[in-house]
Design a protein around this ligand. Structure first.
Ligand SMILES: [Zn+2]
Length: 470
């Protein structure tokens, strides 16, 4: 058998793995590579295998770096099942349709540029029709359900505690000699004590473990501090009559903040000002959370019994149109606004920032990762002047980064998880090179484990890993 590390091995984007046995070829994740335009084009258009020759696909979760290139599979002839959890199955259509819309809009924008008139038209990476074709292939399963894949490979989805519906995979791959090879796929691992989500479920007794290493050299603050950090920042701004502007990703972080605000409101620890969820996509995802209650933790259910609906509560305003959104920006009333995008690169948050960034009473709360060269990172770095829609604005609002927020396990949490899984060998993927090397060193020194750092395009033979040296 062969394991092909096709994408997201030595970087944190474009996750893609292919298992090849004598009987079957199974794809694990098909993420979108996000980076510089030309490189992304090249990588996303060339899957690295023939989609029609793949017998089944397994999806870990609905983050775009794990699922975002699935429509390209369908576009190129893939017609077999996509196995995932029921919650991911509900999130996936929202994510893929949005992504298809972006792909089509990007191509249309490039095609209408005058300097391109004499060149062949840009074809979108994929279209809405490709996304719909992929959506029709989804087969949903519960956590813990045993699924037999082509070639007799047994799959169990295990709660990753990362985002709604996210699953680690436990695989049993039949071997020619009769025994099975036990493999754990740990991408992405969540955290303990995250709001809304159950803790990651431990996989044990595996032969091979393939793990993400996004924060392989970092330690997070305790996730239990999230509510307290949010409470202090929100109260500070509201006490001076300001607005709270929270740039947020539509999937996960938006719902987490809404939940924490619900807790704070119930305890009367923040004033009852209007809260706006100003992102149609986040609203659609919030409705999936309401529908997927069985995936959420006991604390959420307790609060829901006391307060009624949380994700679609009556104090939470869903703004539908751009006009509704503009009405909030022009209002001087103190309020809390959640809007995409999470790194302030596009979306409705830009309008809120444009109108609110020069008011010292306001606060901008950064609750997610801010990549280099984004407006979010500039704000995080406290640059005194920023550019929004081509105009310069003085940053007079307070800007605070809430560092307790993260959906990824840190160095210690990853180490504990891998230690308890008791693997014979570990492959580290989904991390920058520094993170991977630092974490590999820790695993070798602390746990005495054999660790490999594969690059994209590398192939491993796990059965050879386990046979004693000659
Ligand atoms: Zn993820």
């Amino acid at each position: 058998m062969k394991w092909h590390f096709l994408g997201g091995a030595n970087q944190v984007t474009g996750s893609k793995h292919l298992l090849e046995t004598e009987q079957a070829r199974i794809l694990f994740d098909c993420g979108l590579f996000q980076g510089r335009r030309k490189e992304s084009e090249e990588i996303n258009r060339n899957l690295g295998f023939r989609p029609a020759g793949v017998d089944a696909m397994v999806l870990s979760h609905a983050h775009i770096d794990h699922c975002g290139n699935i429509p390209t599979l369908a576009k190129n002839g893939y017609r077999n099942a996509i196995h995932t959890t029921t919650a991911t199955a509900d999130l996936l259509p929202i994510m893929l349709r949005d992504s298809a819309h972006i792909q089509e809009a990007d191509a249309a924008y490039l095609n209408q540029k005058t300097n391109r008139r004499d060149q062949p038209p840009v074809i979108p990476l994929y279209t809405l029709a490709d996304a719909e074709a992929a959506i029709r292939l989804i087969q949903a399963h519960a956590y813990g359900e045993s699924v037999i894949l082509p070639g007799g490979v047994r799959l169990v989805h295990v709660d990753a505690g990362h985002i709604l519906g996210a699953a680690l995979a436990r695989l049993e791959i039949p071997q020619p000699e009769g025994a099975s090879l036990r493999v754990a796929l740990v991408f992405d691992l969540g955290r303990y004590n995250l709001p809304l989500l159950n803790d990651p479920v431990q996989i044990t007794d595996v032969d091979i473990l393939i793990s993400e290493s996004t924060y392989g050299d970092r330690l997070h603050e305790d996730a239990r501090n999230e509510g307290e950090d949010l409470r202090m920042a929100v109260n500070r701004a509201l006490a001076r009559g300001g607005k709270v502007m929270i740039p947020t990703f539509a999937l996960g972080r938006a719902q987490e903040i809404v939940y924490l605000l619900a807790q704070l409101r119930e305890r009367k620890e923040i004033p009852e000002v209007p809260v706006y969820l100003d992102s149609p996509m986040a609203q659609a995802i919030s409705r999936v959370f309401e529908k997927s209650k069985t995936y959420l933790d006991e604390e959420y259910h307790d609060l829901r019994r006391r307060m009624g609906s949380i994700m679609t509560a009556e104090w939470l305003h869903f703004t539908e149109s751009v006009e509704d959104s503009k009405a909030i920006t022009s209002s001087r009333q103190p309020s809390i606004v959640l809007a995409a995008s999470g790194m302030c690169e596009h979306g409705r948050i830009l309008h809120h920032l444009k109108h609110g960034i020069e008011n010292p009473a306001n606060i901008v709360l950064l609750v997610g990762y801010q990549a280099q060269h984004t407006l979010g990172r500039r704000l995080q770095n406290h640059e005194p002047v920023v550019r929004i829609f081509g105009d310069e604005f003085e940053v007079r609002a307070e800007v605070e980064t809430l560092r307790s927020f993260s959906a990824h396990a840190d160095r210690t949490e990853l180490l504990q998880y891998i230690q308890a899984a008791r693997p014979k060998k570990v492959y580290l993927v989904h991390g920058e090179q520094d993170q991977r090397e630092s974490f590999a060193k820790l695993l070798r020194e602390k746990l005495g484990l054999a660790v490999e750092l594969p690059a994209n395009g590398d192939v491993a033979d796990f059965s050879r890993d386990l046979s004693p040296a000659p």
